[in-house]
Design a protein around this ligand. Structure first.
Ligand SMILES: [Zn+2]
Length: 385
């Protein structure tokens, strides 16, 4: 027996009384749950890309609602007796929020259809995200135009009506639809803006959407995916972004408008400092190398935080003075080392191969010079060299 969908005619009813038709106990993830069918319900089930209403039946939590072959299934934490009368209450804040998003989506896609000939080929409305997919590629200017026009329609407070037209005449009516519809077609009309087949509850007039904000968009399957937020969700998102900005300008100790310049300045300072540090380290390394007696043939230096150029320059300087293997390792035992080795008499490529085979080093080079990285301790490396 099909469930009477009370939300179909009255999107603003918040509670109802119904009779229990069936109640099935099942185990899911080792927890008992009850699937309840009523003769009628206000709970909108998950369908058409929108997640379900939540709420209570006789103060028992209803956390999911599904529909199959016109029968609506309530997923509850406790069971009920068949024939029992129950009082259902939907979570109104959740429902109204969903209606704001959904009507907003109709306004936006209706406009995209009217202005750019775009068809809506996908819609997703969950507690976290609202996305709509259009089969036309739209650029930033076009998206901004749609957003502005959508908000103009919200400000005009146009009536939103949901109804079943005479089904014999449905062929003569021009309306948007994502797919072929089985059974009677329910239309949602935003006067003068849009006519679309839809099964979901909607607000009474566009003014109730409050605000529509596009938060991002991008190319998707040859068209465009648009992320929108409406009403309270847009306000919450605005507040979240304000908090992020506030924490940024407080940390940076500047005014809000100065944040981008301040960050660019800090990045530039950081670049200069890194350059200065590497110059100082190169100078220190040069001094260290000069103290080593030319009589020593093989020289291996272990250091921290040397860049590749400083290491190469250092090895080149060593090779001029020392006849054996000259090596510089930069890093530590935990994170591993980067290395450069050079020699005028030994085969560095062969030594790098040895390091790879014995200690799993990466890299390689020529007979004269090789470089790479190695995840091993200083003692292990010295043992191999
Ligand atoms: Zn819809």
């Amino acid at each position: 027996m099909k469930t009477i969908a009370l939300y179909d005619n009255d999107a603003f009813a918040k509670d109802f009384t119904a009779r229990v038709i069936s109640c099935e106990e099942i185990l899911k993830d080792e927890k008992k749950l009850y699937i309840v069918v009523l003769d009628k319900t206000l709970f909108f089930p998950e369908q058409g890309g929108q997640t379900s209403d939540i709420g209570t039946l006789d103060n028992i939590s209803v956390y999911d609602v599904q529909i199959e072959s016109d029968v609506i299934y309530h997923f509850c934490q406790s069971g009920f007796l068949i024939g029992e009368e129950v009082h259902g209450v939907i979570d109104w804040e959740h429902r109204f929020n969903n209606m704001q998003q959904h009507t907003g989506e109709h306004i936006f896609t209706g406009l995209a259809h009217n202005i750019y000939g775009a068809d809506n080929v996908g819609f997703h409305l969950s507690d976290n995200t609202v996305t709509l997919d259009l089969n036309v590629e739209l650029d930033k200017d076009q998206i901004e135009l749609l957003e502005r026009k959508a908000n103009e329609i919200i400000a005009k407070d146009v009536a939103v009506k949901a109804y079943y037209p005479n089904q014999d005449l449905i062929g003569a009516i021009s309306y948007r639809s994502k797919k072929a519809i089985e059974g009677p077609v329910r239309l949602v009309e935003i006067e003068g803006v849009d006519l679309c087949a839809c099964c979901a509850p909607h607000v009474k007039s566009t003014g109730q959407v409050g605000l529509l904000k596009v938060v991002s968009f991008g190319k998707y399957k040859g068209g465009t995916r648009v992320y929108i937020l409406c009403g309270m969700r847009a306000l919450e998102d605005y507040n979240r972004r304000m908090r992020l900005l506030e924490s940024s300008y407080q940390t940076l100790n500047c005014k809000e408008d100065e944040v981008p310049d301040k960050i660019s300045g800090l990045l530039e300072d950081n670049k200069q400092l890194k350059y200065r540090i590497s110059e100082i380290k190169a100078g220190m390394l040069k001094n260290q190398l000069e103290t080593i007696s030319p009589d020593i043939a093989d020289v291996t230096i272990f250091s921290e935080d040397l860049d590749a150029k400083t290491m190469r320059d250092g090895v080149n300087a060593l090779v001029e003075k020392h006849s054996g293997l000259c090596a510089i390792f930069s890093g530590d035992d935990e994170a591993g080392y980067n290395f450069v080795i050079g020699s005028s008499t030994r085969d560095c490529a062969a030594i790098a191969t040895g390091l790879r085979e014995l200690l799993g080093a990466k890299g390689g080079g020529s007979k004269q010079m090789a470089q790479g990285s190695i995840l091993a301790t200083r003692t292990q490396i010295e043992g191999v060299l």
